[in-house]
Design a protein around this ligand. Structure first.
Ligand SMILES: NC(=O)c1ccc[n+]([C@@H]2O[C@H](COP(=O)([O-])OP(=O)(O)OC[C@H]3O[C@@H](n4cnc5c(N)ncnc54)[C@H](OP(=O)(O)O)[C@@H]3O)[C@@H](O)[C@H]2O)c1
Length: 330
């Protein structure tokens, strides 16, 4: 049986999710695909933290071992921040390895460079997990929205903010109480700035712009406002008007002009995003032929994000372009 060797960068929420689902589905994948997916190595920052991990012999902090191993076909990256993630993925592509990333901040900054580089080296880049968690928005746009032109995208892309706003309304919590609850439940990080100040939605929106229009608007002209100034009174006033405040990310292309914004807006009951609650995400696309469609689902978390990564992996296995992976289905 053919073996595909995968390197995993990061063993946090996402990395553990990927490890778990790769391990528990191993037999089924072997049966259905005739292929064994082997995790060859796991790179983390602090190996000593992972002494109780069931396969601790795979763990190190030495990225070079991946480059030195020509048998590793795919590098899955789930670490934090722009560096060293960008350098690691650049080197992986140059070593002719396919890459998959969940790292939205890094990909919003460097996605275009990585895609170009991957093209030159004839390897693939999976980035489904960077945007809208488990919703297959990237593949939907890339594979199923080629004939339509998308003039506008409106989305809820940050589950943490959406959860906080839902809790403030449904359970009459203050912003601080709702944030604290989100942190206790693991929806918000100890430093929640990225989520509540709109950066997370902004990065995802820039990735969607790159995908839809092959370019991004000038970041300096993109409005980015989060939810940290929303008060219980704001929520109550809009609720009385049968409106809900949502952190919306909007991307539009008119003529040749791309505009984008992230901001909390009150939407009426008739709006399709009105019923998107809690940690759910949703994306509305306006296609030139199909009209308006909406995709919704879990926006973050170990399993939804692992799902996106593993669908990218499956796609690479099916269509692998490099000389060292032949397509499973011809
Ligand atoms: N959590 C989600 O629901 C979610 C959803 C979509 C996308 N993402 C993205 O996925 C990525 C990972 O998120 P997460 O929630 O899994 O983060 P996390 O729980 O904080 O885990 C981060 C992992 O990255 C490792 N790491 C950090 N810096 C490193 C470095 N310089 N070299 C090697 N390893 C390093 C850490 O190593 P140690 O364990 O040794 O500290 C840890 O294992 C982020 O880019 C995030 O934006 C997350």
């Amino acid at each position: 049986m053919k073996t595909i060797r995968v390197a995993l960068l990061g063993l946090g929420t996402v990395g553990k999710g990927v490890y778990h689902h790769l391990t528990t589905n191993r037999k089924r994948i072997e049966k259905e695909f005739g292929i064994t997916i082997d995790i060859a190595t796991i790179i983390v920052k602090h190996p000593e933290k992972h002494h109780s991990f069931e396969r601790k012999e795979l763990i190190s902090n030495d990225f070079q071992t991946i480059l030195d191993n020509p048998d590793i076909d795919v590098v899955i990256e789930a670490i934090i921040g722009r560096e060293p993630a960008f350098s690691y993925l650049t080197k992986s592509i140059q070593a002719e390895k396919h890459i998959i990333t969940a790292n939205k901040e890094m990909f919003a900054f460097h996605g275009k460079e990585l895609l170009h580089l991957a093209n030159a080296y004839n390897v693939q880049v999976g980035f489904e997990a960077t945007t809208a968690g488990g919703i297959p928005i990237i593949h939907t746009i890339k594979r199923l929205f080629q004939y339509n032109q998308i003039s506008k995208l409106t989305a809820i892309l940050n589950g943490t903010s959406n959860y906080i706003l839902s809790e403030m309304r449904n359970n009459k919590l203050s912003f601080e109480e709702a944030l604290q609850q989100a942190q206790q439940l693991g929806y918000a990080e100890a430093n929640p700035t990225n989520d509540i100040e709109g950066y997370d939605s902004f990065y995802k929106l820039m990735i969607l712009s790159l995908l839809l229009y092959q370019e991004q608007p000038n970041w300096d002209y993109v409005k980015r406002k989060g939810i940290s100034t929303i008060t219980s009174k704001d929520i109550a006033n809009h609720t009385a008007n049968r409106e809900r405040i949502k952190l919306l990310a909007v991307l539009e292309k008119q003529n040749d002009n791309i505009s984008a914004r992230v901001e909390p807006l009150a939407i009426p009951e008739s709006h399709p995003l009105y019923g998107v609650e809690g940690v759910q995400n949703a994306v509305i696309l306006e296609g030139s032929i199909v009209g308006e469609i909406m995709l919704s689902g879990p926006g973050a978390g170990a399993s939804p994000t692992a799902s996106a990564i593993l669908e990218d992996l499956t796609f690479i296995l099916r269509t692998g372009l490099s000389t060292h992976i032949s397509p499973i289905y011809s």
